[in-house]
Design a protein around this ligand. Structure first.
Ligand SMILES: Cc1cc2nc3c(=O)[nH]c(=O)nc-3n(C[C@H](O)[C@H](O)[C@H](O)COP(=O)(O)OP(=O)(O)OC[C@H]3O[C@@H](n4cnc5c(N)ncnc54)[C@H](O)[C@@H]3O)c2cc1C
Ligand SMILES: *[C@@H]1O[C@H](CO)[C@@H](O)[C@H](O)[C@H]1NC(C)=O
Ligand SMILES: *[C@@H]1O[C@H](CO)[C@@H](O)[C@H](O)[C@H]1NC(C)=O
Ligand SMILES: *[C@@H]1O[C@H](CO)[C@@H](O)[C@H](O)[C@H]1NC(C)=O
Ligand SMILES: *[C@@H]1O[C@H](CO)[C@@H](O)[C@H](O)[C@H]1NC(C)=O
Ligand SMILES: *[C@@H]1O[C@H](CO)[C@@H](O)[C@H](O)[C@H]1NC(C)=O
Ligand SMILES: *[C@@H]1O[C@H](CO)[C@@H](O)[C@H](O)[C@H]1NC(C)=O
Ligand SMILES: *[C@@H]1O[C@H](CO)[C@@H](O)[C@H](O)[C@H]1NC(C)=O
Ligand SMILES: *[C@@H]1O[C@H](CO)[C@@H](O)[C@H](O)[C@H]1NC(C)=O
Ligand SMILES: *[C@@H]1O[C@H](CO)[C@@H](O)[C@H](O)[C@H]1NC(C)=O
Ligand SMILES: *[C@@H]1O[C@H](CO)[C@@H](O)[C@H](O)[C@H]1NC(C)=O
Ligand SMILES: CC(=O)N[C@H]1CO[C@H](CO)[C@@H](O)[C@@H]1O
Length: 570
């Protein structure tokens, strides 16, 4: 009788061993200090293989402290172009901090101590495809946590990870235009192939020089062929041409096996499906991507700022905007609109700003298209026009930005708002004001859906179908400064879920989808919220191309199998 428990124990041990072997990979990644972690001489071997492109990575604040002056100027600290030169830097500095490590490990700009936090240990600053292949194979062979970064813009912190080997594709700067891009024998027409490190502003300069335009972000340094397109990629031109994912023709990508694959509708079509909307960072290391180009044209762009003197006026103003949001569909306008509470004012005043792009529309036509909205808006008691500025010129100039202003601490949350909700404009207005009152830095609406985005509903890709019925994408930003205490930071990190999402659900409904690139890392049901009905298919594609989960990012496909750092299986 006494042997039975011993037998059970033995059986359990055997079963556990079998299970461990059947997944064919250990429970945790090797981190500095684990027995399997590469020794210094093994790292040196990798460095030799990648032609000396291996560097040690430090947090951006530590980098600034190491400068001869001991500081980065405010202009440097907040510049995305500058931060892009620092391998460990994230644009939102909070992603460098290890708030959840035990103990927390922070490196603040003016701090007196500096921990490595969530910043990787080493980076391969790749110059060639073979650098990437060597780094991928090294990570697999040594069971390392791997992270991939191009710009470090990620709002969910997916391009950094503690104790990781980073691969940066920042140096992949090739750009080449062609009048005829072939897939097999089929001419897909005019296209551009860009390296995954090419910033949007560089692309706009080059496309202008070639009399072309590409569907790309309203940002300076976001990498169009990096995280942007994998998430779906919205643009001021999306109502005219669709999402970036609708316009990408081919990828060159190094997958977990270390192979470089050419991926398009004929070659690895399943991976092609996943790379178009299936989430950034989950599939491999993109070397380059080829996008359709369109002939250049002129656009009228305008900036309008309205001030609402109180809450009632603000709600009425946003409601009037919601009521008129279909006014600009005939010209496929792209629009960004922002509601913020002016916290420096003694009484609660609100600022409502609009930034609108209308392809092939003259300034006069644009003013005419805006006049019903403007008349209704300025007729609201307590609403005043603060400024308006209409310009007309080349589309590439209109969307070009020299730099992005970053270096702050911020997290986002978002939802795609279905077109149908705009038939209840009053509710939209009230919800926006309620959202602005939650302490959010801003409520940022994007009229980047409808039109061609809706018409593209039958493209077979991983783009969340919610994009096809959406009218807008709405983001809440929650920010803090370095003086915030850890409990305050942790409350803000959760405030989208606890405070703002319940308000958004009142207008978006309980099951609205969200854009995975501009969203909350802590979405509890990210599989459905970010990927909708596509998740099962994406999981199967993940198993095929990345069976050992080398490419794991927060709230990405397969991440449910891992802890928040992608270090241990759960
Ligand atoms: C100022 C600003 C403006 C923005 N404007 C827009 C906009 O107009 N439209 C829009 O849709 N989005 C916009 N975004 C969001 C943007 O799409 C995401 O931040 C996106 O993740 C950026 O991709 P990245 O490669 O530049 O960033 P990174 O932080 O470098 O990477 C983001 C993700 O992509 C992965 N990744 C990066 N490089 C590669 C690679 N070579 N191969 C494989 N995976 C890679 C990373 O692992 C990570 O998961 C904006 C963001 C900012 C900060
Ligand atoms: C890799 O090699 C280069 C060139 O020899 C060297 O400058 C660099 O410091 C090395 N990197 C590491 C992490 O040792
Ligand atoms: C930190 O120091 C810089 C100068 O080095 C200064 O400009 C900045 O305002 C300080 N405070 C914070 C919170 O960064
Ligand atoms: C960039 O283009 C050159 C010339 O065509 C090519 O040799 C090189 O492999 C390309 N680099 C990458 C990273 O695609
Ligand atoms: C906010 O309110 C203050 C005080 O009334 C005012 O000076 C400032 O211009 C307002 N800010 C904006 C952006 O309107
Ligand atoms: C702009 O107008 C030109 C000339 O009519 C036309 O060829 C082009 O397709 C138009 N582009 C867009 C985006 O409407
Ligand atoms: C635009 O409208 C103004 C005022 O109505 C008019 O004077 C001007 O000629 C118009 N411009 C064009 C290009 O039609
Ligand atoms: C808001 O301001 C307008 C204009 O001054 C005023 O008519 C209205 O009564 C105010 N509403 C509230 C609730 O204060
Ligand atoms: C209007 O916008 C253009 C383009 O952004 C800018 O160059 C110009 O200075 C602005 N004019 C005013 C009056 O703000
Ligand atoms: C486009 O705008 C520029 C001004 O930026 C102007 O010189 C040019 O004539 C315009 N072209 C068309 C076709 O309207
Ligand atoms: C998508 O395909 C279905 C079935 O063929 C069709 O009924 C529907 O109209 C198509 N939708 C769009 C937006 O083309
Ligand atoms: C075939 C195989 O992978 N066997 C491994 C199973 O797990 C034990 C203990 O973890 C290893 O020692 C075997 O090599």
């Amino acid at each position: 009788m006494s042997v039975a428990p011993a037998l059970t124990l033995l059986l359990c041990a055997l079963l556990a061993r079998t299970q461990e072997n059947s997944t064919n990979s250990p429970h945790c990644r090797n981190i500095p200090g684990s027995p399997g972690y590469p020794t210094a001489s093994v790292w040196n071997e990798l460095n030799a293989t990648v032609s000396g492109h291996l560097v040690k990575v430090i947090p951006s604040a530590k980098y600034c402290h190491s400068l001869p002056t001991g500081v980065c100027t405010d202009a440097e600290w907040t510049s995305a172009e500058f931060r892009g030169t620092i391998p460990g830097a994230m644009n939102e500095v909070n992603w460098e901090q290890g708030y959840d490590l035990n103990p927390p490990s922070l490196c603040l700009r003016n701090g007196t101590t500096c921990g490595q936090g969530d910043v990787p240990t080493y980076s391969v600053e790749a110059e060639t495809v073979s650098d990437v292949q060597a780094a991928v194979k090294f990570s697999a062979a040594h069971n390392l946590r791997l992270a991939v970064k191009s710009s470090g813009h990620d709002f969910l912190g997916r391009s950094t990870a503690p104790n990781a080997l980073l691969i940066r594709t920042t140096n992949f700067q090739n750009i080449s235009f062609t009048g005829s891009f072939f897939i097999g024998s089929q001419d897909m027409g005019s296209a551009v192939t860009i390296g995954s490190g090419v910033h949007a502003n560089t692309l706009y300069l080059q496309s202008k020089a070639n009399s072309k335009i590409v569907v790309s972000p309203l940002a300076a340094t976001v990498c169009t062929a990096g995280g942007y397109v994998q998430g779906a990629g919205h643009s001021a031109l999306s109502p005219t041409f669709g999402l970036a994912a609708d316009n990408v023709l081919e990828f060159h990508i190094v997958v977990a096996s270390g192979e470089l694959l050419q991926v398009n509708r004929n070659s690895h079509p399943d991976l092609f499906y996943a790379l178009r909307g299936g989430g950034a960072g989950s599939w491999g290391v993109i070397v380059s991507a080829t996008f359709r180009t369109f002939p250049t044209f002129n656009v009228s762009s305008n900036v309008i700022v309205l001030i609402a003197q109180n809450e009632t006026a603000a709600a009425a103003l946003v409601a009037v905007h919601a009521q008129h949001i279909f006014d600009w569909d005939s010209v496929h306008a792209g629009q960004y609109f922002l509601l913020t509470k002016n916290s420096t004012a003694t009484a609660s005043t609100y600022i409502f700003g609009l930034n609108t792009y209308m392809p092939n529309v003259s300034i006069n036509e644009s003013i005419a298209l805006f006049s019903p909205f403007m008349e209704a808006a300025t007729a609201i008691p307590g609403v005043f026009l603060d400024l308006q500025n209409y310009t007309y010129g080349n589309i590439n100039d209109a969307v070009f930005q020299a730099d992005d202003s970053v270096g702050n601490n911020a997290v986002l949350g978002s939802r795609l708002l279905p077109a149908s909700i705009y038939h209840s404009p009053k509710e939209v207005g009230e919800a926006f004001v309620e959202l602005a009152n939650t302490g959010a830095t801003e409520v940022l609406g994007h009229l980047v859906a409808g039109g061609k985005v809706a018409e593209n509903a039958n493209i077979s890709s991983a783009v969340h179908p919610a994009w096809r019925t959406a009218k807008t994408h709405v983001i809440l930003a929650n920010a803090w400064d370095d003086a915030a205490t850890l409990p305050e930071v942790n409350a803000l990190r959760k405030s989208f879920q606890t405070t703002q999402l319940p308000i958004l659900k009142k207008i978006a409904g309980p099951n609205a989808g969200a854009y995975s690139n501009e969203a909350d890392l802590l979405e509890p049901d990210f599989q459905t919220t970010f990927f909708g009905p596509n998740y099962a298919k994406l999981s199967a594609i993940k198993k095929k191309y990345d069976p050992e989960d080398l490419f794991i990012v927060g709230a990405g496909v397969g991440s449910e199998r891992w802890d928040e750092w992608g270090i241990c299986r759960i």
